[in-house]
Design a binder for this molecule. Structure first.
Ligand SMILES: [Zn+2]
Length: 271
């Protein structure tokens, strides 16, 4: 596969995983990478559960959202991943008779990705499993002003329910982590999550140093049930935003230097 052949962009963390830094050129030029990434993206967000998003299919008539489990029942995880990877989209029927289509269609994801690449400070990494030769995780974020992040990313999702808890207007620019996802079977142990986070944080740190950017905080858009949250929560976290509809969906803020320091220690010990 093409996306494993470019040695320059590979960072070796462990014999089981690779981390690949993504830029606009290597992303859109590689249709195999795109297909794999889209499959991984859908997989990460499509499962049901208290710390999951359940966004697999959406009805084109009544807009009802279905998780993978809503459609297939509680099958073994691998079975679903196989369907996602090997077959074309299967059109299921909604209770109302409408067609169920991917919640994150190729078109939706393509538009989403194009917007990310308009950010000149974008840091985007993929986690790949060597054994199965496929993408199993990703982290996407960038440096921006608090105001831009709220207007572009948070208001469209939260709308009038935007509820800033510990909002500090003096913070001008932040690192905003919009997406951090790992497919369920790969959420075991620290390595997959820490490898993605470490690659991301070090990349942002280079960006900060190279461009003389002054920033103090990093924001993560996450769920209070997630592994990321339980990890980050030890690092003097503040919840800056909580969804009023979904109590567990939050944006958390952490001091950037603190998390950089912790991850550098992790890197020294484990990687
Ligand atoms: Zn429907």
């Amino acid at each position: 596969m093409l996306f494993f052949s470019n040695k320059k962009e590979k960072l070796k963390f462990d014999k089981n995983y690779n981390i690949i830094k993504i830029n606009e050129d290597n992303f859109f030029a590689d249709s195999n990478l795109l297909k794999n990434f889209f499959n991984c993206y859908r997989d990460v967000f499509s499962h049901a559960g208290s710390n999951e998003w359940g966004e697999y299919k959406k009805c084109n008539v009544c807009s009802k959202v279905y998780s993978i489990e809503d459609i297939y029942g509680k099958n073994k995880y691998e079975f679903i991943l196989d369907i996602e990877h090997n077959y074309k989209e299967k059109i299921h029927k909604c209770d109302c008779g409408g067609n169920l289509l991917y919640y994150y269609s190729d078109k939706v994801l393509m538009e989403k990705m194009k917007l990310y690449f308009t950010k000149d400070s974008l840091s985007f990494f993929l986690l790949t499993s060597n054994k199965e030769n496929k993408i199993v995780g990703f982290i996407i974020g960038y440096i921006d002003t608090v105001q831009n992040v709220i207007n572009e990313k948070l208001k469209p999702v939260f709308g009038n329910f935007l509820n800033l808890e510990n909002f500090n207007e003096n913070i001008n620019r932040i690192v905003y982590v919009d997406e951090l996802g790992i497919a369920i079977p790969y959420r075991v142990g620290k390595l997959p999550l820490f490898s993605l986070l470490t690659s991301f944080i070090l990349d942002v740190n280079h960006n900060i140093i190279d461009n003389g950017i002054n920033l103090k905080k990093i924001w993560f858009w996450t769920s209070t049930n997630s592994k990321l949250y339980s990890l980050i929560n030890r690092y003097k976290t503040e919840v800056v935003l909580r969804s009023k509809n979904y109590d567990h969906k939050v944006v958390i803020s952490v001091r950037f230097k603190y998390i950089l320091f912790k991850l550098l220690i992790f890197k020294l010990i484990y990687l």
